[in-house]
Design a protein around this ligand. Structure first.
Ligand SMILES: Nc1ncnc2c1ncn2[C@@H]1O[C@H](COP(=O)(O)OP(=O)(O)OP(=O)(O)O)[C@@H](O)[C@H]1O
Length: 122
């Protein structure tokens, strides 16, 4: 197999693994299920209120940001539990910091939603 062919085969394999990770996240993580539900709702709201192209771009970016940071947070939680299953102050700190990153992204997403929808509703 040529170098180019194996490059594309490996990329395709990686996409397969990433897709597997996405399915695991959606099946097992309640927070991702909730975020997916919110993503569907705001997408419907976007259609209903006929938001502009720029507003769609920000909305899509925020959905992607929150859900991908949540995915990383879940990975950190799993890693922390695997390397140190017992209670430990450092593990608590690591998990809290990772959760803090999700919180930042979520606050930004809420502010973005307010900027987009507040003038349309009120
Ligand atoms: N091994 C541990 N040692 C110390 N503190 C921990 C440990 N595991 C969890 N904690 C504390 O409990 C909090 C919640 O941890 P947990 O792993 O249950 O995440 P969660 O927020 O319930 O995750 P999920 O996103 O699945 O709802 C952590 O942020 C941390 O403060």
């Amino acid at each position: 197999m040529s170098e180019k062919e194996s490059f594309f085969k490996n990329r395709l394999k990686s996409v397969g693994f990433a897709f597997k990770g996405l399915v695991i996240l959606i099946k097992t993580e309640n927070s991702i299920k909730l975020q997916l539900g919110i993503a569907i709702l705001v997408t419907l709201a976007g259609v209903y209120f006929n938001i502009s192209k720029t507003e769609w771009l920000f909305q899509i970016a925020m959905i992607g940001l929150v859900m991908s940071v949540e995915g990383l947070n879940t990975a950190v939680e799993h890693l922390a539990d695997f390397i140190h299953p017992e209670h430990h102050q450092k593990i608590g700190l690591i998990k809290d910091v990772a959760a803090g990153a999700v919180f930042i992204a979520s606050i930004m997403a809420v502010i973005t939603a307010i900027i987009i929808y507040f003038p349309k509703i009120f």
